[in-house]
Write a protein that binds this ligand. Sequence first.
Ligand SMILES: [Ca+2]
Length: 303
Amino acid sequence: MDSSTREMLAYHHPADAMNEYADHSACTDPSEYEKTYIPTLITSLFVASLSQAATLSHRYSFTNDASDAVAGADLTLNGAATINAGALCLPGNGTRIHNASANGSSLTTLATTITTASAITIEGWFTMDGAGTNEWSKVFMAGNGSNNNFLAMTPRRQGSGFIALTQGAANGIEGVAASTKQTNFDGSTFYMASVWDTTTDTITLYHQGSGDSSPIAYSASLKGFLLSDLNLTELYLGSAVHFGDDDYQGSIDELRIWDGALTQSQISANFAAGADTIAVPEPSTFLLLGLSALTTLTRRRRA
Ligand SMILES: [Ca+2]
């Protein structure tokens, strides 16, 4: 939240609104009050609500191709990557050969989204194939490995589990959110989301591992990492930047990038809705609080 929003919230806190109304009700023409103050309050509450909500910036459903349904940052299929049955299909066996990459203006657009945000959420639905190794393979990775800075999401790491991590170029600081569960190769669809939130200096991994009916959250410190620190020159679904990890083997049904931090309840709603369906967002608590205050004001006016 920026300082102007904070000031607006402080000024238009519902309790203040009630006090202000009580103070001025005896000396303010009601028609002037209704014409000026209430619309301002509604606008302020709406803007405050929007400022707290995550915005869907990019969406890849792989219905017929690797296009971005939101901002036109279409991906390029490389190697033997194909689109089949509404998913990106990746054969594995190689390093930075079989993947979907962001090139040219798509890379510029995605890099701008990520490096100008104070928080980013990336979520995906995928199925892994166990024919290859698939250890440390990436559902998503972006950054510049040779400059030692990146964001990464990997669902298997040699028997230990899901991991989301980042590393900053300045001094190698990194945030690692990890669980002890990992995907298996039974054909199940898995869900994984990562939130890099510099406003709380926290990286959070949400995932549903084998036997979990809903996503579980694992958090760690970002140790001062800022998204604006990233030198984002490569972005892949299915491959690592710079490093020698094997390409991902399996399918990715959907991947979304949000500007902002999705909450646990939003993550759970998206997981429940499944790939290719956007869950209807809940009204923010603050907006509900504001509407409640307005209702009270209206009742007082009519009393
Ligand atoms: Ca799909």
